[in-house]
Design a protein around this ligand. Structure first.
Ligand code: 16G
Length: 256
């Protein structure tokens, strides 16, 4: 009501009230308090993923801080991946992808189930005898023909991952051109993995990965190794992926 009468949205009033309280609860330099207040407000969903922050000038006025202090805080949040700054449009709370580790899905499944358009850019596709390191990891006999597919994985125009998948040619068919969902293609041939061994670790993006993911070198990214086994226990995928660490939350249910 109040919001409508004054022309200020209720969301903005709630956000400003919350931020003021969070600012006052802390000690230390104003910039640090403001960064912490904004971070915790975003983490507590006071302002939801995808929503716009109020314009810089208005937010600075409402909070009684200078625009340059606010701008520095916003730059820090953008670097940490909490907000996205779109030129001419303002600052938006970044959307993160919650991915259950226990569900056996591929990238396309993950995107489609969230109503996001999956896009892939093929960087390399080759048929070759299985590389020795893959043969060691998967126990595929040396000489097995495999399809090597290197792709950038995007949600719309946003790059989320860079990945290399190696699958036996029998799992995709010799006429596969690498387009569309790899798992969708495998479903029509030998079948997608039924069991997966996966490891995940945080690494600093080297220059090549940073360039692919369009992040600054040394940014923390998730390196994920996945070996998928088909219904007869034979390996059908050896994959390595680098996922944007600021876009993915891997979640698991743990029962005691
Ligand atoms: C995921 C898998 C990857 C698999 C791909 C298939 C992880 C870490 N990696 O990105 O191993 O090849 O999905 O996706 O989950 P597609 O069916 O969309 O091609």
């Amino acid at each position: 009501m109040l919001g409508r009468r004054t022309g200020v949205s209720t969301n903005r009033i709630t956000l400003v009230t919350e931020l003021r309280q969070r600012l006052n609860r802390q000690r230390g330099p104003l910039g640090l308090r403001l960064t912490n207040a904004l971070t915790s407000a975003i983490e507590d969903d006071v302002i939801a993923a995808g929503e716009a922050l109020p314009p810089e000038r208005e937010l600075a006025e409402d909070l009684g801080v200078s625009r340059s202090t606010l701008r520095q805080c916003l730059e820090q949040l953008a670097e940490g991946g909490l907000i996205e700054t779109r030129r001419g449009a303002g600052h938006f709370v970044a959307r993160r992808i919650l991915k259950p580790v226990t569900r056996l899905t591929g990238f396309t499944d993950d995107m489609v189930s969230r109503g996001i358009q999956p896009v892939s850019k093929i960087l390399e596709k080759t048929i070759m005898p299985v590389p020795p390191d893959t043969a060691f990891r998967t126990a595929l006999p040396l000489g097995t023909p495999v399809f090597v597919l290197v792709r950038l994985r995007l949600a719309g125009d946003e790059i989320l991952a860079y990945e290399r998948s190696i699958v036996p040619v029998t799992s995709v068919g010799e006429d596969y051109d690498g387009t569309g969902s790899l798992y969708g293609r495998m479903d029509q041939h030998g079948g997608r993995p039924k069991r997966i061994l996966q490891s995940m670790r945080a690494v600093e993006a080297g220059p090549e990965i940073a360039d692919h993911l369009k992040v600054k070198p040394s940014t923390a990214v998730l390196m994920i190794r996945r070996i998928g086994y088909g219904s007869h226990g034979i390996a059908v995928e050896d994959a390595i992926s680098w996922y944007r660490g600021d876009r993915y939350d891997y979640v698991a249910e743990i029962n005691g």
